[in-house]
Design a protein around this ligand. Structure first.
Ligand SMILES: Cc1ncc(C[n+]2csc(CCOP(=O)(O)OP(=O)(O)O)c2C)c(N)n1
Ligand SMILES: CC(=O)[C@@H](O)[C@H](O)COP(=O)(O)O
Ligand SMILES: [Mg+2]
Length: 654
């Protein structure tokens, strides 16, 4: 049995010798490379926190001491040390989540994979402990990237205010988000990294002064209590001390003894303390360290030796189609600029940045700032394209509404990973944008069905300079082109039946599902018209009239059913006094467990068979109801006839 296999829980770490701890680190790295290569996942971040995580679980007593992970993508080692070593179905249906999960373990607290929230959680948990007089430490591990998010600073402001409230912040500083972390904070951390650190000076002082007879000890003690100014003379304690946090560091995050020593000092400190650990993303695995783009932040299924992808590529991704088209647009329009929130390559802006380095900004993990600065850029005469994952735009709703839309700024938001993403679990699905953003006055939303439409709609979007526009597409390969067979208003007609009864409104990538559903319905003698609205907000003015020529409208969207496009269509029909029933097909109002995208889509009924089945059933119910009404009317007529006959007989006999 390996040492790793002998670890059933954190307690088993306490008895390990230094040599065994070294061996355990090697075993964990080997395990990570092979396990994550088999399933895909966050390899680089987890290779960087092996010693740090072991030290955390040796110094603290989880779950009484709460250990929080910011973003949580680097919690695989934490899982391995807390009784979860079956990574065979990592991020797969029924397997381990790629993030902390309360359902999986009492050692897990924060489940979301949205960055920069852990310090806020820690502030709240620490306050709750203090108010209730509860024992136990609160420890938050946050990366240098997550530290660029505004919420982290809101939390720091509060944490630093309470000098008497113990709280331990561990900054896992590997100098990268995906790419090298940007901004003033990153530069500041670099300054701290390059100084030996006051701790080293103290260690030197302890060594030398305690060997100095008579005065040595007193001098050493006074060094310890030295005021900040004095400390700064030897090593900048940085803004953290200025804020009111005790700063310990920088610590070599791969030197377990040093990390443990710093954590034990932090544990004894009765107030907020920040331990600044220097780590390497991808540590111990050359291919990750050599991977300039993102040090294997996320990898797909691959050969661990050659790193060759093992899942066959199924054609170009939506991201790559966007990435190529935005470069072409940039060539034609020098006012078009781009913004990413620490995800330049994942959102497809890599080529644009290469071609126009002065026209793209990485603002850090700061989507709210991305939106507000875009309002500034637009007001300054440029046309910014803000490219983010759909789920991460949630946090910038107010900025989109009040900074961009209220001021009628020509800003284009490009949402990648819109709709069901699947393996990253409930907080990553881009399932809320077409619901939440329905209320933004003036915002126009496009959902392309194929590559050609993405290119066209992106161009239409950047052509609007007096209102925000948004184009959204999913995490998968782009399917085949889907030709239109006609046009009604601004909508593409994709299919027309001879005697259409059902109007199928296919939103974006749901077009193939709707076309196949129409075929299934036709086989049952139910004719459909299939339309792609292209721009789903506002609802096309021609849609109500088109709907009026059908018995039922079905709207199918890869978005929440609640307040989505289906609801907007129902509203538009109501406003136009068109009384045709609307059936809404979309993502139910629930958090979706991790699984592959198509597994999730099947589970929630966004498949041709399900859609056709429910439409057919809906029509049958309506048919039945209509039949009942007819029968009642006939009966009524019948009984009226009978009554008339009775009356006639009566009159005759009177
Ligand atoms: C609000 C938000 N935006 C973007 C992301 C995507 N994302 C996940 S991890 C990550 C980088 C995190 O960098 P860091 O905190 O330094 O952790 P590291 O991966 O370096 O350990 C990003 C941008 C996210 N999870 N949340
Ligand atoms: C943790 C995080 O938010 C991202 O790293 C995300 O996991 C990447 O998702 P994709 O694999 O869809 O790019
Ligand atoms: Mg980092």
């Amino acid at each position: 049995m390996t040492i790793l296999e002998s670890i059933r829980g954190p307690r088993d770490l306490k008895a390990l010798s230094e040599a065994e701890l070294g061996e355990l680190s090697d075993e964990i790295r080997d395990f990570l490379v092979h396990a994550v290569a088999r399933t895909g996942g966050h390899l680089g971040p987890n290779l960087g926190v092996v010693e740090l995580t072991i030290a955390l679980h040796r110094v603290f007593e989880s779950p009484v001491d709460r250990i929080l992970w910011d973003t949580g993508h680097q919690s695989y080692v934490h899982k391995m040390l807390t009784g979860r070593q079956d990574f065979s179905k990592l991020r797969g249906k029924g397997g381990l989540s790629g993030y902390p999960s309360r359902e999986e373990s009492e050692h897990d607290v924060i489940e979301n994979s949205h960055a920069s929230t852990a310090l806020g959680w820690a502030d709240g948990l620490a306050k709750a402990r203090q108010v209730q007089g509860e024992k136990g430490h609160v420890v938050a591990v946050i990366g240098d990237g997550a530290l660029t998010g505004g919420m982290a600073w809101e939390a720091l402001n509060n944490i630093a205010a309470a000098r008497d409230r113990p709280l331990i912040i561990v900054v896992n500083d590997n100098e990268r988000s995906y790419a090298p972390t940007i901004g003033g904070l990153a530069n500041h951390l670099a300054t701290l990294r390059t100084t030996d650190g006051y701790e080293k000076f103290l260690a030197w002082g302890k060594d030398v002064l305690q060997r100095t007879p008579v005065v040595g000890n007193t001098l050493y003690e006074s060094l310890h209590g030295a005021k900040k100014g004095f400390k700064d003379a030897f090593a900048p304690q940085g803004m953290f001390e200025d804020l009111g946090l005790k700063y310990l560091g920088p610590i070599d995050g791969h030197d377990m003894r040093a990390v443990e020593s710093a954590l034990r000092r932090a544990k004894r400190f009765h107030g907020p303390v920040l331990v600044h650990c220097l780590t390497e993303k991808g540590r111990g695995y050359e291919p990750a360290l050599a991977h300039e783009e993102d040090h294997f932040h996320t990898v797909g299924v691959m050969d661990p030796l050659t790193c060759a992808p093992l899942t066959p590529s199924s054609g170009p991704s939506w991201t790559s189609v966007f990435g190529d088209e935005i470069v072409r647009i940039g060539e034609e329009r020098e006012d078009v600029v781009a913004i990413t929130a620490a995800m330049l390559h994942p959102v497809g802006l890599g080529k644009f940045a290469e071609r126009f380095p002065d026209r793209v900004w990485d603002v850090g993990i700061a989507e709210q700032h991305a939106a507000v600065s875009a309002a500034g850029l637009a007001t300054g005469g440029l046309h910014p394209v803000v490219a983010v994952y759909a789920t991460f735009l949630n946090r910038a709703f107010d900025q989109l509404l009040m900074d961009v839309a209220l001021h009628r700024c020509g800003v284009t938001f490009v949402l990648d990973r819109a709709g069901v993403t699947g393996v990253d679990g409930p907080s990553h699905n881009g399932m809320w944008d077409m619901s939440v953003l329905q209320v933004v006055p003036g915002l126009r939303i496009a959902a392309p069905r194929d590559a050609e439409q993405l290119r066209a709609q992106l161009r239409e979007a950047v052509a609007v300079d007096d209102a925000p526009t948004l184009v959204r597409f999913p995490k998968e390969s782009v399917g085949p082109e889907i030709p239109a067979v006609g046009r009604v208003g601004g909508m593409d007609v994709l299919h027309r039946a001879e005697r259409p009864e059902v109007l199928l409104v296919a939103v974006g990538v749901m077009a193939p599902v709707c076309l196949q559903a129409a075929e299934l319905l036709q086989a049952r003698g139910i004719g459909c018209t299939v339309v792609d609205p292209r721009w789903v907000k506002p609802v096309d003015p021609a849609l109500p009239e088109l709907a009026a020529a059908h018995r039922l409208v079905a709207v199918v969207e890869d978005n929440s059913r609640a307040a989505g496009v289906g609801s907007a269509v129902a509203l538009a029909l109501g406003d136009a006094e068109v009384d045709v029933p609307v059936r809404r097909f979309g993502i139910p109002e629930q958090f979706l467990a991790h699984a592959k995208r198509n597994e999730v889509l099947a589970d929630i009924g966004l498949t041709p068979v399900e859609v056709a089945g429910r439409i057919g059933a809906s029509l049958a119910v309506r048919e039945q109801a209509a039949g009942a009404v007819r029968a009642a009317a006939d009966a009524a007529r019948g009984s009226a006839g009978a009554a008339g006959a009775v009356m006639a007989v009566k009159e005759k006999t009177e």
